[in-house]
Design a protein around this ligand. Structure first.
Ligand SMILES: Nc1ncnc2c1ncn2[C@@H]1O[C@H](COP(=O)(O)OP(=O)(O)O)[C@@H](O)[C@H]1O
Ligand SMILES: [Mg+2]
Length: 235
């Protein structure tokens, strides 16, 4: 497992999804959400995934990032087959390399905005975050316009504000890959522009890449490539 920690995952292909399928069973009723989905993302590339509600976008993102298991197929990130890793190794790999912005934020209610942002650092260091980690979290919170809300709890924040905290949290460990599930879905147009700027800045750093599920024309427009679920999914 330690071989994976701190390993340089940059290589020719950052993300390679091959033959991904996902089947759900509702009693005896079979639901084929994803069928034989294959594509790859190169280092430094931003890919937008678009598709109607219920077409499997969240399911695909969860599988790509190792949060969920495919029924068939495999995902390689920087050459590492993430679904072949044990749970601890996978968690460490995700913490080290992947930032994820959930559609519904998933902030921890009993922690302040700043603590939520610092949490991935805490997990990574197995210790209290140092001053540098705290400053990085504070800087990210101000980037998303929430410097004044650092000590507030998620329950005291609007949906859009929680979304911005979630974006800061996804970036705090400097991930090589960023997955975002409709990151501007709950933001007003001005704040959505801010967030697009922050996400775009992320791409400028060497070899980083992003996969963004979105309905937002601006985000899709800034991506290097737009993939459509209707075309990806061979079901
Ligand atoms: N855990 C689950 N069990 C059964 N069906 C599910 C589950 N998760 C998602 N689905 C179904 O899979 C389909 C795709 O869902 P989802 O990936 O959330 O789509 P999208 O993000 O494109 O709206 C939907 O029909 C949804 O109801
Ligand atoms: Mg979704």
């Amino acid at each position: 497992m330690n071989d994976l920690l701190g390993s340089d995952i940059s290589c020719e292909t950052s993300i390679e999804a091959s033959g991904i399928s996902k089947v759900y069973w509702d009693g005896s009723r079979r639901l084929d959400v994803l069928t034989d989905v294959s594509f790859s993302v190169r280092p430094g590339e931003a890919v937008a995934i678009v598709g109607p509600s219920g077409s499997g976008k969240t399911t695909l993102l969860n599988i790509l990032s190792g949060l969920d298991e495919p029924s068939a197929g495999q995902v390689r990130i920087g050459g590492v087959g993430i679904h072949g890793l044990g749970e601890d190794a996978k968690a460490a790999f995700r913490n080290e390399n992947i930032g994820f912005v959930f559609q519904f934020y998933h902030l921890l209610a009993e922690f302040t905005a700043l603590e939520n942002v610092m949490l991935p650092v805490l997990i990574r260091n197995h210790a209290a975050p140092d001053g540098a980690a705290r400053r990085r979290a504070e800087t990210l919170l101000s980037r998303v316009g929430l410097a004044e809300r650092a000590v507030h709890f998620p329950g005291e924040l609007s949906g859009g504000e929680q979304q911005r905290v979630a974006i800061a949290r996804a970036l705090v460990n400097g991930p090589k890959i960023l997955f975002c599930d409709e990151p501007t879905g709950n933001l007003d147009p001005r704040m959505a522009d801010e967030i697009v700027g922050i996400i775009r800045d992320f791409f400028y750093e060497d070899g980083r890449c992003a996969v963004i599920v979105t309905h937002d024309e601006k985000i899709a427009g800034m991506a290097d490539r737009v993939l459509r679920m209707e075309e990806l999914n061979r079901g």
